[in-house]
Write a protein that binds this ligand. Structure first.
Ligand SMILES: [Zn+2]
Length: 350
């Protein structure tokens, strides 16, 4: 496995629902400490890596979020079943019958999301996915006391139990590619530009999935001239979806967001990305459905405004127990972001 894929594997397998990104933060911190001049952890838990270059180069901010969609335990019943609230937006259809990982005071606890048995369903319940209120987590405990003994309590958090796996010739499956693939791109770009004299600030943000929260305070601490949010974005290039609703497609290169619910990407950044892609023969595509929001939404509104855009790696089945991406899209995103930093640094030299 290449160093870049190995980075993605490590990050994807790490546990980090919104607000509880500790494990991911440790991994990011370790990588950053080898690649940048200064690593800070701010009050909210964002990791900010500063690579100091020549004064006359502009500062390019890269952002990727560390958190993944997960859930928090809100109730434990006398028979040992757990109720939960989501942290971030799930596709509710996919929760039932999933294996999950919880982190308790005594370490990892495995479990399974259950629902009322099929033969007890009312006719109107039979044809739809159970809503989150009717689901519960079974961790193998026979009583509330046993749950407590296992180290799980109200406020414990969890996420899907999925291990990074190679699929076919060029694809990988894993959890939390939104946005661990963005983090892996960011780390790989820092690795490539380690010996350069460019000014780069890399933000690994917290709590994106619950409303772009970490990036808001992190970006405020940086006086950036340009910003790129790196994301795993939805690819709907699958059976049953009309072509004009694909949003993005696997294997067609990284996706440039022109606009989504949180940002209209800045024309200078878009033009620079396209220029680099075309001059280096890097295939690229546009994200073609204006849905979702990203950290770029809050970053571009920081201070007097920062010219920003989003670059994404198309990911099928996002916000579900596993996503699938094409390794070539991942590699090309690394090339494109590296080229982008080189290009804007030289072109906008002060
Ligand atoms: Zn995301």
């Amino acid at each position: 496995m290449s160093t870049e894929l190995e980075t993605l594997r490590l990050l994807s397998n790490a546990f980090g629902p919104s607000g509880y990104e500790d494990e991911v933060r440790e991994i990011v911190k370790n990588y950053f400490s080898e690649l940048v001049d200064e690593v800070k952890i701010d009050v909210l838990g964002n990791v900010i890596g500063v690579k100091k270059g020549d004064d006359n180069f502009p500062t390019v901010l890269l952002d990727a979020h560390m958190d993944e969609v997960g859930f928090m335990i809100t109730h434990i019943d006398k028979s040992g079943f757990l109720r939960f609230n989501p942290l971030g937006g799930f596709d509710q259809r996919v929760l039932y019958a999933q294996k999950v990982t919880l982190k308790g005071d005594k370490g990892i606890v495995k479990g399974f999301i259950g629902a009322k048995a099929p033969h007890l369903l009312k006719p109107e319940e039979r044809n739809k996915a159970p809503d989150i209120d009717s689901l519960f987590i079974d961790i193998g405990a026979a009583s509330k006391d046993e749950v407590i003994e296992m180290g799980i309590k109200i406020g414990s958090v969890g996420t899907f139990d999925t291990t990074f796996t190679m699929l076919g010739k060029n694809r990988v499956m894993g959890k939390a590619f939104d946005d661990r693939v963005g983090l892996a791109v960011m780390i790989s770009v820092l690795r490539r530009l380690k010996e350069s004299n460019y000014n780069i600030v890399a933000i690994a943000s917290v709590q994106e999935e619950v409303g772009l929260r970490g990036a808001r305070t992190a970006a405020w601490q940086v006086n950036a001239d340009f910003a790129l949010a790196l994301e795993g974005t939805a690819a709907a290039d699958t059976p049953g979806t009309p072509e004009h609703k694909y949003s993005t497609e696997l294997g067609k290169g990284p996706a440039i967001t022109l606009a989504d619910r949180s940002i209209i990407s800045h024309p200078v950044v878009i033009k620079s990305l396209i220029h680099v892609a075309e001059s280096k023969n890097i295939p690229y595509q546009f994200k073609r459905v204006f849905v979702g929001g990203t950290d770029a939404g809050v970053i571009h509104l920081t201070r007097e405004g920062i010219p920003s855009a989003v670059l994404s790696i198309p990911s099928r089945y996002i916000h579900s127990p596993a996503a699938i991406i094409d390794i070539n899209d991942f590699k090309r995103a690394i090339e494109l972001v590296t080229g982008f930093i080189e290009y804007v640094s030289e072109k906008f030299k002060k």
